[in-house]
Every structure is written in C-alpha cells, then in structure tokens.
Design a protein around this ligand. Structure first.
Ligand SMILES: [Zn+2]
Length: 72
C-alpha cells in the first residue's frame, strides 16, 4: 500500500510504499532531500524526527544486516 507523508520541512507530500500498516524507519523527502525517522501506525504518521546522514547510513546498514540474517 502507499502512504502519503508530508515533509515537515517543506510541506511537500511524498509517498512511501509499505507492506504493513506500521512502519518505523528512515524517510527521505524527494524534494528537499531532508532525512527523517518516521513512525507510522495504521497508515497514520505518529512521529517524525530529523535524521542526520550519518544516522541514515547506520540505519540502512542495520536493515541490510537484518535481511542477511533472515536468509541464513
Ligand atoms: Zn521536504
């Protein structure tokens, strides 16, 4: 499903495709390229925290690791 996310910085609406109705993870605004950690519950945005590039990379690495462990 696609969930609409409004960027807190520039007010631009973007979409995020999700498998479940809950999500916690990184989101990047397609327009201003700002990074956020967002929490979604029942397709509703519950929290949105600014995320640094460094933190974003760290989170991406965690996701990659998690996916790797699942396979093994
Ligand atoms: Zn933005």
């Amino acid at each position: 499903m696609l969930v609409k996310i409004k960027c807190p910085k520039c007010d631009t609406e973007g979409t995020l495709s999700l498998i479940e109705s809950s999500y916690q993870g990184p989101y990047r605004c397609w327009k201003c390229r700002e990074l956020f950690t967002i929490t979604l519950k029942n397709n509703k945005l519950r929290s949105c925290e600014p995320l640094s590039q460094e933190e974003y990379v760290k989170q991406q690495e965690m996701e990659t690791l998690r996916a790797k462990f699942k396979k093994e």
